[in-house]
Structures are given as C-alpha cells and as structure tokens.
Ligand binder design. Structure first.
Ligand code: LLP
Length: 446
C-alpha cells in the first residue's frame, strides 16, 4: 500500500515526485502528471514522434562521461558501444574524450561513419570473423583484445602495421551477476583461463608474432555489478599474473583493462556501483598489488556501457488494450514489447512504469504491463498503476538507455522504434522509426 492509497489527496502531489536516480538528469514531473525532459513535454514528444519511442537525454550522457573522467583521472574510459550505438552516440562519446569498445565490423562501421578516432577504438569479441579482423586492421583500430588462440595467427597474418593487442583473461571471479551476463568465472566462453596454462600459452604465442605488440591483459567480470570488491580482487589477481608472466618472459605490461559491468538502478531496490568508491579503491588495490609484486603500475582502462547511457533513456509506450479479469490479473497491453526491450524476458529485469500526460487521481492497483507480441512471456513489468488506466494513456519507463534498443528485433515484423535525442528544449531523432519498406528492403525478389 502506498501513501497515496492511504491519503488520496496526496496522490496528485506524489505525481510530482520522480524516484531518485532512476530518471534522466533533466527529467521533471509536476502535479498535473506532466513529464518533461530537457524542458520539453514528453507528451508532446510522443505526439511528434509516435510510440513506442526511445528518448535519450544527451545532457545525462555527457554528465556520466564527465563524471567518469573526473573520478578516474589518468584512467582511460572506454564506452562499451554494445549498450547503445549510432553515429550520434559515437560522436557524443568522442566529444567527451572517451574511447570506444566495438565488438563487430558493424559496430566499427558505425564508429567510422561517425568519424570516431580509430586509435581510441578497441575491438572485442569471443568470435572475430575474418571480416571483423579485416575491418579492424583496415581502419587501424588502436587495440584488439585477443580472445582465442586461432585469432592470434589470423590477426598477425592480416595486419600490415604493428598491432597493439591485449589478451582477455577469465580471472575466475564470480561477481554474483545474472548467469547470462557472468563472464569472469572460469567456466564460460570468454577469454583464456589461468589455471590450465592457456593464458600463459596465449602470451607466448603473441610474443612470437613480430606484427603484434602485447600491451596488456583484459578482463570483464560481468554486468550490472553493484559492489567494488570483485574489481579489487580482479586488480590483485591480474597484477599477480603480470608479475608471473613478466618474470617468465622478461616483459612489462603498459596497460590493464578491467572491463565494465558497472551497475545502475532500474528500481528503487537496486544499488548502483558507487563510482567514487570504485575510483578510490580499485586504483589503490592496483598500486598495492604492484608494490607487493614489484611490477611497474600499468595504465588502467575501464569499459562502462550501461553506466554511461542506461540512465539517460526513457521508453515511451501508448496503452492499446486493457483487460480487467475479475478475480484475475489486469493486463495493460502496449504498442511495443519484447521486440524493443527483451531484458525482462531474458533476465527477469524489473522496471517501474509511470502514466504521464494527465493528472492521476485514482488509486493504484497491481497490473501486468504486456507487449504486443505473440508470446505469453512478452511481459514488460508487474507494477501498480492507476485503476482508471485506459487505452490511449501514455507510459514512460526509465533506465531505458542501455541494451534495449541495441538488442531490439523485428519479431512479428514490427519495425524498431526511433531514438530521439532531447537537449536544451529541443528534440532531434538520432534514428528514425523502421518502416515497412525497411522491413522489405532485404527481400530478394525472384
Ligand atoms: N566490456 C566488455 C568486454 C563487455 O562484454 C561488456 C558488456 C562491457 C564492457 C560493458 O558492460 P556494461 O558496463 O554495459 O555492463 N544485455 C545485457 C548486458 C550484456 C553485457 C555484455 N557485455 C543486459 O541487458 O543486461
């Protein structure tokens, strides 16, 4: 039961309250149920661009980039493009001085189209096809993170210049993340393991290739991590490895990339990774480990994706159908769903949902917000909504900036939504809505 249920007169004033740290920086709500982003009415944006639509608060993205750079001076901040990438986003990140992690020739093509400086690009991936490696060497990307033995020879054969590389390590650290995004343990597909000697073998193979220059090691523990401790452990373990490999091969490593995975808040119950605590404790753990092992401190890199863009996004849906089942659930069906946000179906992710654009006086009752797709599992959220919710109502979902648009599909031949940047009282689309002509464009007619 909420405060609004107990004291109905409080409901309208509660409309003006946005859950702290869940909504983009420039989002504001008022008692009339209006939501604005960067001074623009979100209801107006829905009318202008249609629904479903993704809104991106670019001031929020810039603020996150700046906070990372300010908190971690001397550390390289590399944005993980898989969270959300288009040329507009790549330009923004480039302007803010971050690097860019790409994990396919496609992501690299977007980065290049945006004019992203190639030397600040890092190529990732447990599978890098010949096309991926060719595209990377042609573009002259700064670094390639080697993830398999075969890749070493392939990359060496392709590159015409001396290519800087890192080797990805599975440091055998479980950061307690959802199983589908746990990548630091030994029993998963990414990187080389230490205990079975394959990491040391990869280092030896890279050192044998005159066209490759080994600048450091990389690890990525997983995603949506809210505690600093696993990163401290990773820093210590990786420096232990630097000491051991350094002694064996008489080398030093210039860089250490500790990956991303920094958690954000999706609901009031979530805890975000504390950036200030990370910035204080992880470089300190690194320095202490370097001193203990007598190795020169490498330059640290971090690769946040979600923590840069996740909080900057709002997903907008229009209610299409409401089914009130006496004695059963109320289903509020919207015009999007698992095709634009597969996260609830994939990871059981939870989101708050807000009715916007009208005063909310009715009591809140639990409902199931579902999508338009042909599966019972197409559920976006289980939340309380006003009991007078009806078709035509506009719904806003926060924390929608990461891994929603980037994982969107055309399931049921539904076109992907537009992504609209909002800043300084104005909006401009970064990506337009996918049309039926787009959906038919790849058909090969006989
Ligand atoms: N670096 C590497 C090598 C990665 O694989 C990833 C994410 C990142 C950095 C950035 O992680 P972030 O800071 O954004 O957590 N689809 C899932 C998340 C998959 C993450 C994949 N790798 C989700 O929606 O939660």
């Amino acid at each position: 039961m909420t405060l609004g249920d107990l004291v109905p007169s409080l409901r309208t004033s509660l409309n003006a309250r946005l859950e702290p740290n869940l909504w983009p920086l420039t989002a504001r709500a008022d008692c009339a149920g209006e939501l604005t982003l960067a001074g623009v009415s979100v209801g107006h944006l829905a009318a202008l661009h249609g629904t479903p639509t993704y809104l991106l608060d670019t001031e929020h993205v810039r603020d996150r980039c700046r906070r990372y750079r300010a908190a971690l001076p001397g550390t390289e901040v590399i944005y993980a493009g898989k969270a959300f990438l288009c040329t507009g986003m790549a330009r923004l990140v480039a302007e803010e001085g971050l690097g860019l992690d790409v994990s396919s020739a496609g992501e690299l093509a977007v980065a290049r189209a945006a004019g992203f400086p190639a030397e600040r690009i890092v190529l990732h991936g447990n599978v890098k096809t010949a096309e991926d490696l060719k595209a990377a060497t042609t573009a002259g990307v700064g670094r390639v993170v080697i993830d398999s033995t075969d890749e070493i020879d392939q990359l060496a054969a392709l590159t015409r210049h001396r290519q800087d590389v890192l080797i990805r390590i599975a440091p055998d650290i479980d950061a307690g993340t959802h199983r589908a995004v746990t990548t630091g343990t030994a029993d998963q597909k990414f990187g080389f393991r230490v205990a079975d000697g394959t990491a040391a073998d990869a280092v030896r193979r890279v050192l044998e290739q005159p066209r490759l220059r080994l600048v450091g090691l990389h690890c990525h523990l997983g995603s949506q991590i809210s505690s600093v401790a696993p990163y401290e452990r990773a820093a210590e373990r990786m420096i232990g490895l630097y000491a051991e490999l350094g002694r064996r091969h008489r080398i030093t490593f210039d860089q250490l990339n500790l990956g991303g995975g920094h958690g954000i808040r999706y609901t009031d119950a979530d805890r975000a990774l504390d950036l200030a605590a990370y910035a204080e404790r992880v470089p300190a753990a690194l320095r202490a480990a370097c001193a203990a092992h007598r190795v020169p401190p490498p330059r640290l890199s971090v690769e946040p994706g979600r923590a840069i863009v996740g909080g900057a996004g709002i997903a907008l849906y229009r209610v299409a159908v409401v089914k009130r089942r006496p004695g059963g659930r109320t289903f509020v069906a919207v015009d999007g769903g698992m095709s634009d946000n597969p996260r609830p179906a994939l990871y059981g992710s939870r989101y708050p949902v807000r009715v916007i654009g009208r005063p909310l006086r009715a009591a809140y009752r639990p409902v199931t917000v579902v999508g338009r797709h042909c599966e019972a599992g197409d559920v976006l959220a289980e939340v309380p909504l006003p009991e007078d919710i009806h078709p035509g109502d506009l719904l806003a979902v926060p924390a929608a900036g990461a891994y929603q648009y980037s994982m969107a599909s055309n399931y049921n031949m539904v076109g992907r939504p537009p992504v609209v940047a909002v800043a300084d009282g104005a909006s401009h689309p970064l990506l337009r809505r996918e049309s039926e002509a787009d959906l038919l464009a790849r058909e090969v007619c006989e």
